[in-house]
Design a binder for this molecule. Structure first.
Ligand code: SF4
Length: 343
């Protein structure tokens, strides 16, 4: 396993191709079949009401704002039906931290979805889960267990940004801290659920702070084995208040280097995603030679990073062609990264 010092040396190095080749060698070892996966699913943002005011976020609206919303169940059902009709296997449902929605609202929503559809529910990032626990006056464990029992299948890694409280204090002062994020994922793993780990970098953090993030993720994976994938992506600045201070988004070189170091450092996490939504199809394709073995979702609907200026769109065939042209076999997967029963 790579040491922290070795990883820091890689961040300081200009040998992009050498780092990429090392990541590629490890990816080949972990995924010898030459397959690159993708998923057909949909983001559903059930509410944009949020009390946290994160400086990198262009999505939230204050309660009572004329553009604020909570989606009615019928609208959510319709979006799920459309997802299934397009060959989708899951939905990623996330929202702002609504101050009034208690656990019963979520239990009712998940149960009524599961009564109607066979669909994987990958929902509620760690800050939402801690918010539900708080608003409902419940422990974290009881909250996650009740959500699981009502139909929640797995938890996405959103809200991690950089797991370092000095960075979090600067960019998302009100949102859950490093320990809260870790507690949600550890508890979910202990309750038998799988989750993903994400990292939003390029928001003014140091490479040491990035390494703090990697260390926490690697240690928790060693403890529980509950992460299915690591998904790094770079801060998108448009329409965000943080964008007034962080003037430049991460370049393709910085993205590819960070992706490759993630692959090498987090060798105990099987899947690493190369992001086309934030980096564009071409950089994402190169990322498949820098450690990425998955390109994420065709994203039937995405509102959060597009609100912050990411405007990349792709069809299933676009993704398959991009994967084939990089020398791999494209395969559709489900939310838990299983592709054996799909095309
Ligand atoms: S990132 Fe999430 S928690 Fe922060 S303001 Fe946006 S919706 Fe709210």
């Amino acid at each position: 396993m790579l040491t922290r010092e070795q990883a820091l040396d890689m961040f300081r190095s200009d040998d992009l191709i050498g780092i990429g080749m090392e990541a590629d060698t490890l990816r080949r070892k972990l995924h010898p079949g030459g397959v690159v996966t993708y998923i057909i699913d949909r983001n559903i943002n059930y509410t944009n009401v949020c009390t946290e005011y994160c400086s990198f976020c262009a999505f939230y609206r204050a309660k009572g704002h004329k553009e604020s919303y909570v989606q009615p169940k019928e609208v959510i059902f319709q979006k799920i039906q459309e997802t299934i009709d397009l060959g989708g296997t899951g939905v990623l449902m996330q929202g702002g931290l609504h101050p009034d929605l208690k656990i019963e609202w979520y239990e009712d929503l998940f149960r009524s979805i599961k009564q109607r559809f066979t669909i994987h529910l990958h929902c509620l990032s760690a800050p939402e889960v801690t918010n539900i626990a708080e608003v409902s006056g419940l422990s974290l464990r009881d909250t996650i267990a009740r959500l699981r029992d009502s139909g929640l299948d797995s938890i996405p890694g959103g809200g991690a940004e950089i797991l370092d409280d000095a960075v979090r204090y600067r960019i998302s002062r009100l949102k859950c801290g490093t320990q809260d994020w870790m507690d949600v994922h550890r508890t979910a793993h202990q309750l038998g659920m799988r989750t993903t780990a994400t990292m939003m970098f390029g928001c003014g953090e140091t490479i040491e702070q990035r390494m703090n993030h990697f260390d926490l993720i690697r240690d928790l994976q060693a403890e529980t084995g509950g992460f299915t994938a690591f998904i790094p992506w770079s801060f998108q600045r448009e329409n965000t208040s943080l964008g007034r201070f962080v003037k430049e988004e991460a370049t393709a070189v910085e993205y590819l280097k960070t992706l490759a170091i993630s692959r090498i450092y987090l060798s105990n996490i099987l899947n690493v995603q190369s992001s086309w939504v934030t980096q564009g199809l071409k950089t994402c394709q190169v990322g498949l030679r820098f450690g990425g073995n998955d390109v994420g979702s065709i994203m039937i609907e995405e509102n959060v990073v597009s609100a912050a200026g990411a405007r990349n769109h792709a069809t299933e065939e676009d993704l398959r062609r991009m994967i084939r042209d990089a020398g791999f076999t494209p395969k559709q997967r489900d939310t838990l990264y299983r592709s054996y029963f799909l095309n």
